[in-house]
Ligand binder design. Structure first.
Ligand code: S3P
Length: 176
């Protein structure tokens, strides 16, 4: 069975939804960033601060290369996974790609709760940065197989929408 891959900007709910979706489907869940953190013995913030973003992107690429060989797994990717065309080719080969979206306001609210995103460190300019990155990446997120806005929906509603899409597309055939 193909993997179900969640992509989308920071704060769109990939980790929360991914975990719940995996639970609902009885499939394993893997969060790419969490696995990178575990294997490096450092948080994403520490990786950025110590080695820089280029190193992190290399780590992300090699993690995605490995995860793309998994089967029947729900994978939550980091928000910047779309920046590498190679990542997306790999993930698509064996997975259905679902993009979660949210309004800038929602993203700012959700990402403001915890200080774990090094790209959003400049507090004064957070809104500007989010808008800039969203603009740069919009086209890349649009390449997903399905798009779901999580701004005004409960996690349960989002899961139901994903399940509907997966069933309609025949992605769950033989299971669940
Ligand atoms: C990033 C998103 C983060 C994390 C890193 C960079 C990005 O993941 O990979 O801070 O470039 O959008 P989340 O989307 O899970 O926050």
């Amino acid at each position: 069975m193909r993997n179900i891959v969640l992509i989308g900007f920071m704060g769109t709910g990939k980790t929360t939804i991914g975990r719940l979706l995996a639970n609902r489907l009885g499939r394993p869940f893997i969060d790419s960033d969490k696995k990178i953190e575990y294997e490096n013995g450092m948080s994403i913030r520490e990786i950025f601060n110590t080695y820089g973003e280029t190193y992190f992107r290399q780590q992300e690429r090699s993690m995605i290369a490995r995860l793309s060989h998994y089967n029947s797994t729900v994978i939550a990717a980091g928000g910047g996974v779309v920046l590498s065309a190679e990542n997306m080719v790999r993930l698509k080969r064996n997975g259905v790609i679902i993009a979660l979206t949210a309004s800038t306001e929602t993203i700012l609210e959700r990402t403001g709760r915890r200080n774990t995103r090094p790209l959003l460190d400049d507090f004064e300019k957070r809104e500007q940065i989010v808008n800039k990155l969203l603009k740069e990446r919009m086209e890349l997120y649009q390449k997903a197989d399905c798009h779901i806005d999580t701004s005004n929906s409960s996690p349960q509603q989002v899961i139901n929408e994903i399940m509907f899409f997966l069933r309609q597309g025949g992605y769950l055939r033989g299971r669940s």
